[in-house]
Write a protein that binds this ligand. Structure first.
Ligand SMILES: [Zn+2]
Length: 732
């Protein structure tokens, strides 16, 4: 045993301090909750967990205030870049604070300290000969007499035919583009077709670094980096890296610190990640600390939380910069995939998104103590976190997840415990009668310890979603335990016994036994509640605060070293009266949001119709992004026959169907009640997505999904085989 204790820390690489970064958002507009789910919320959960573990951790981010995205927005809003960044930096900073993202510093890249830091970084690389100077042809607008950033060139996307694609990206289909690929390119400044003109720029020769990148990423981090990150890195490396321009011709950004480079600025991809370093420096200045160990000491664990569009910058390009500059490399780059919204890609410019600002105004600020609604969003976004593949936010899913999991499992357990403790134990933590503990009681203590271990392992691997499910599962076990022990029934029995033989002298031994059982059950439920508050704290900090207030304990109890302990609350200690931790999300709230989305998309379509009078919108633009055959092959589509159908109580749109799939009969809940009467569809053959994760709808577990075709008017039709065939036949 002793040997293991001594050697374990040597086996696990141990770090003295943690530096956690979240991608710098562009301060060119509001940011949506997909960004929150991608790079800010997971980082915040991780950081809160580390802090609860008393580790030395610094959490930095800030607004990315340079680049053409900013100057473009200034043109759009008819103002200056400075006003744009001031406006949106303030918005983003307060949004993050409102959603309890606990940065140690949220900095900005227009600060002089950042400009100095980025210039010093450039000079260091340039002086040591790590940069190359090249003359290249760039797009130039003769009328405006200026070189054009990729963003300033618009044209038709060669992939999806969107006629307002930018020179660097098509926001409609998400393709990365170069201005050369655009059909009919034109300058957004003058509307003219740009010409090409020679200009001198500094390049980072990424191609020189392929060998060590390959070794470092694909070998050394083969096991601990996420497969989506490794996959993207591998395809970039396999395709061969190209020298990348570090400087550009633009009048907004960090000036290149060389006399021969007048009018040129650092490319925003180069200056932005250096923002993490300048943020660290500013934090150190503000707190009288030394910033250097965070970026120079090998015992610092550097972790970049990002969305998938940022993988190449944080796992290939920035590491090259860091290495050349003598800094440490990231230990991990836990990138998330994208979160879609109600079946489509989230996009602020298209109006198909939920801005953090809007959620805060529509939910958080409308309610006294809006912390519960912050936690409701944090809960759902974590529960559907796009950790390994794209995921989907739906308002109905938000409502179901909050009402059926957070309220019905976690909130319910804590509330029942408090209500029963007040009813049966005078509002005090009852004694634990160790001699009367049974196997069910002891099992709860075991489960608490197991949960602790599981959460720790999952969080260390950045699996936030699974870790959260462990917390909910523990609460579910608490409910089951209460249900098995039924202390309210035991209390009734005791009452009846006491009526027959009043508690004189030592009292009735059976009644005493029953009393001990009630005490033990509630004692255990309360210790479980205390543990739940520690476990939920990194995910839902407001909820944890509410819980410790109810238990009348101090913040210190939430420290992770207390997790798993069986005696967090002292016997005889009186606790506050029960209060609900959460409230349900109502149908009307969800409906309002869905209407809002529909309105946004209608306005957009109307606008499109006006601008695209001559060119009717191509049908192809309704397609989702391309998938490979393997994506399709993941679907298990089976033919089934509807055996029975009935309406679901209090749900206008839902039918509960029993479907015969040949190999088994399934219950499937389908949102078709407004289109079909139950009796009409019995005996009908349908196609079922048979390997869909079961999902609870209105308390009924739905095991699969029925495929429907929807016409322009929104009328639904079953997708069925042309003639009756065997149940269980595959659709391929
Ligand atoms: Zn496109």
């Amino acid at each position: 045993m002793e040997l293991i204790k001594v050697f374990l820390p040597l086996l696990m690489k141990s770090f003295k301090r943690y530096l956690v970064t979240s991608a710098l958002p562009y301060a060119n507009g509001p940011k949506h909750i997909g960004h929150l789910a991608g790079a800010y919320l997971p980082a915040d959960i991780y950081v809160r967990y580390l802090r609860a573990n008393k580790r030395d951790v610094l959490f930095v981010s800030g607004s990315d205030e340079h680049g053409a995205a900013i100057t473009m927005q200034a043109i759009k809003e008819n103002t200056t870049p400075r006003e744009i960044v001031d406006k949106y930096h303030a918005m983003l900073k307060s949004n993050m604070a409102d959603l309890n993202i606990s940065f140690d510093i949220y900095h900005r890249t227009t600060e002089p300290l950042h400009h100095e830091t980025a210039q010093e970084f450039f000079s260091a690389l340039n002086d040591s000969g790590e940069l190359e100077i090249k003359e290249t042809e760039q797009f130039y607008d003769e009328e405006s007499q200026t070189f054009l950033a990729d963003r300033y060139i618009m044209g038709t996307c060669p992939i999806c035919a969107n006629d307002s694609a930018y020179g660097d990206q098509c926001e409609k289909c998400g393709s990365t583009l170069s201005p050369d690929q655009l059909i009919n390119p034109h300058s957004t400044l003058s509307g003219r077709t740009p010409i090409k003109k020679l200009t001198k720029h500094w390049f980072l020769p990424l191609n020189k670094h392929e060998a060590w990148l390959r070794q470092w990423i694909l070998n050394e981090h083969k096991k601990d980096w996420k497969t989506n990150v490794l996959g993207q890195c591998k395809s970039w490396l396999d395709a061969g890296l190209q020298p990348r321009a570090v400087t550009r011709d633009l009048d907004w950004g960090v000036s290149v610190p060389l006399d021969e480079a007048k009018g040129k600025v650092l490319y925003v991809w180069f200056d932005a990640p250096i923002g993490y370093i300048s943020a660290t420096k500013q934090w150190a200045l503000d707190n009288k600390k030394d910033w250097k160990p965070y970026w120079h000491s090998a015992d610092t664990k550097l972790i970049h939380f990002i969305g998938k569009d940022n993988i190449v910058f944080h796992s290939i390009i920035f590491p090259v910069m860091l290495k050349l500059h003598g800094n440490i490399l990231p230990d991990n780059v836990p990138s998330n995939e994208f979160m879609n919204l109600e079946g489509d890609k989230m996009s602020t410019s298209r109006g198909w998104s939920i801005e953090m600002e809007d959620y805060i105004n529509d939910f958080v600020k409308k309610e006294n103590g809006g912390g519960m609604l912050v936690d409701a969003l944090r809960y759902y976004l974590t529960a559907i976190s796009p950790e390994t593949k794209d995921s989907e936010f739906t308002w109905k899913g938000f409502q179901d997840s909050v009402n059926n999991e957070l309220v019905a499992i976690f909130g319910n357990f804590v509330n029942r415990t408090f209500v029963l403790m007040h009813k049966l134990c005078k509002g005090k933590v009852p004694t634990l009668h160790a001699d009367s503990l049974d196997a069910t009681d002891n099992k709860v203590f075991e489960e608490i310890l197991n949960t602790k271990q599981k959460i720790e392992n999952l969080l260390e691997q950045y699996k936030f979603r699974d870790a959260l499910f462990e917390v909910i599962d523990l609460a579910r076990k608490g409910n089951k335990y209460l249900q098995e022990k039924e202390p309210w029934i035991v209390a009734k029995k005791r009452e009846e016994l006491q009526k027959v033989s009043p508690p004189a002298g030592g009292g009735d031994p059976i009644a005493i036994g029953l009393g001990a059982s009630i005490d033990n059950t509630l004692h255990i439920c309360l210790q479980l509640t205390a543990n739940l508050s520690i476990f939920i704290n990194p995910f839902l900090p407001s909820t944890a605060q509410k819980m410790i207030r109810l238990m009348k304990v101090v913040d210190k109890m939430l420290e992770w070293e207390n997790a798993g302990k069986p005696k967090l609350l002292s016997i005889g200690y009186s606790l506050r009266a029960p209060e609900l931790l959460f409230r349900k999300i109502e149908d009307e709230e969800v409906m309002m949001q869905v209407e809002k989305l529909k309105a946004a998309i209608n306005t957009l379509e109307k606008n499109n119709k006006v601008t695209n009078m001559e060119e009717p919108k191509s049908e192809i633009s309704n397609l989702k992004s391309e998938i490979v055959y393997d994506d399709f092959a993941k679907l298990d589509l089976k033919v089934g026959t509807i055996l029975s159908a009935e309406k679901v109580e209090k749900a206008d749109k839902l039918l509960k169907l029993e479907v015969d799939l040949g190999f088994e009969k399934r219950i499937v809940v389908s949102g078709i009640a407004l289109h079909f009467k139950p009796e009409e569809i019995i005996g009908k053959q349908v196609v079922v997505v048979a390997n869909l994760t079961p999902r609870k709808m209105r308390g009924i577990e739905s095991n699969g999904m029925i495929l429907m075709a929807e016409d322009k008017e929104g009328k639904l039709y079953f997708v069925s085989p042309e003639q009756k065939i065997h149940e269980g036949s595959s659709v391929t």
